[in-house]
Design a protein around this ligand. Sequence first.
Ligand code: PGA
Length: 254
Amino acid sequence: MRRPLIAGNWKMHGSRGTVRALLTALRDGLDGTDGVDVMVLPPAIYIPDAVRQLDGGPVRVGAQNVADQEQGAFTGEIAADMLTDFGCTHALVGHSERRSLYGESDALVAARFAAAQRHGVTPILCVGETLQERESGATETVVAAQIDAVADVAGREALADAVVAYEPVWAIGTGVSASPEQAQGMHAFIRARLAHHGVSATAVRLLYGGSVKPDSAAELFAQPDIDGALVGGASLKADDFLGIIARAREARVS
Ligand code: PGA
């Protein structure tokens, strides 16, 4: 069985003080992680604080993005080896906010993915369709193109060493999660797409993201192809995030 991963994407929220308080509450509230991987993805400037505070514990620290280049004149970017320098093990690539608000193309996302892997940072590739794409029946075409771009740029086998997060854009920050059936259907599709690229897809962890809350988590985690969650809003509240982690732990033992 794949080990669940619960990752908290804090986006551009917080301050040094709230980061410290949230991580203290998380660490104190975690009654061991019992077969569940837990990760927080703070704004980049708080990564060193988070790594220091979580040192030696089970909670990992990831980044919300990573540069497609190594070093050089790329103002505002953070290279993958800078992330590893500070103890970051994972980085999101292709979050829908990066794609839609900052114009990141499938090709750029794929280049970021490849750069992360070259430096030992595990990419968490975010894929998902907009409401308009879903309503026009294009969901599978869009998601397949997002995955295929990575296979083209990084190589097919690269997909085996990644995490994929299915995040329908219409479910992010809206309070309207995909139903467990909708999410499972797309997760099965993604797994099949990975297999199409020759990846041993049964081993790849697929997270669902989009308005995951403690109340909706159990049903999502009961689906056979959902291996955890990428959590936005609810990861900023220690009780909610701990509740989602608890549901993943229960799903694992049930
Ligand atoms: P949300 O965000 O949980 O607030 O919908 C998820 C995400 O954007 O990763």
